[in-house]
Write a protein that binds this ligand. Structure first.
Ligand code: C5P
Length: 225
């Protein structure tokens, strides 16, 4: 099958030298890309700026802003069977970007932020889609409740919920602990483990769901023949 995986943070420019971003390391997305490749699948990895070595067999598309990531995902999504939106896309971006470096002044400054386009939502609501849509919900409170709301509102097939309130797992860490929420209401937990181990389990779950939901077996058979 063909995977599309987004990973890492986006950077939303304020001026030529400053941006709004977040602490995402890209480790979970890169681990999923690697696990899918190891299982014999094709991967398009659309990545924000991270300090990780991309898996060599992946087709890497490097992006910086949420708009660039949106366009890159939309270019390739319909060619894929499983879209995993693991990137920590900025929810807001500056309303305008200064063409020159903003000068330091003694008074307060405020920055007007506007919502970015939601890539996951756009895939979930893609007309007549034939690909599995997987989202992530990094939460600090009411983790499963917020993740269930996202699953419903963004019309995903699967949401991976993780608690990022602890410094020991989640963002920027090598370990994670996740709960998988499925569209049919089922839930499954993967207890604390290395992101690489979790990624392997997740890839198996995605393949199984895509096969059941979209009858993707045909794709695997025709790819082999
Ligand atoms: O709504 P929230 O940002 O918490 O949702 C997180 C999920 O949505 C992640 O899968 C993330 O990759 C995706 N997302 C997106 N585009 C945005 C914001 C989030 O694809 N603009």
């Amino acid at each position: 099958m063909k995977f599309l995986v987004t990973a890492g943070p986006t950077r939303e420019p304020i001026d030529p030298v400053r941006y709004v971003s977040n602490r995402s390391s890209g480790k979970m997305g890169y681990a999923i890309a690697e696990a899918a490749l190891d299982a014999g699948h094709d991967v398009i990895l659309i990545s924000g700026q991270v300090s990780l070595q991309p898996p060599r067999a992946a087709k890497l598309v490097s992006v910086s802003t949420s708009d660039e990531m949106f366009d890159a995902v939309h270019r390739d999504a319909s060619k894929c069977d499983i879209c995993v939106m693991c990137a920590a896309v900025a929810d807001y971006k500056p309303a305008s970007v200064s063409p020159t470096k903003i000068k330091k002044r003694s008074e307060n400054v405020s920055l007007e932020l506007i919502p970015t386009r939601d890539i996951l939502d756009s895939l979930g609501h893609w007309h007549d889609r034939r690909f599995l849509v997987v989202g992530f919900a990094a939460e600090t409170n009411d983790v499963e409740k917020n993740a269930a709301r996202k699953l419903r509102e963004k019309n995903c097939d699967i949401i991976i919920a993780n608690d990022v309130s602890s410094a020991k797992s989640g963002m920027d860490s090598d370990v994670n602990e996740v709960t998988i929420l499925f569209k049919n209401g089922e839930r499954q937990k993967i207890s604390r483990a290395q992101k690489k181990i979790i990624a392997r389990e997740l890839v198996k779950i995605f393949l199984n769901s895509a096969t059941i939901m979209f009858d993707k077996k045909d794709v695997m058979i025709s790819e082999r023949s």
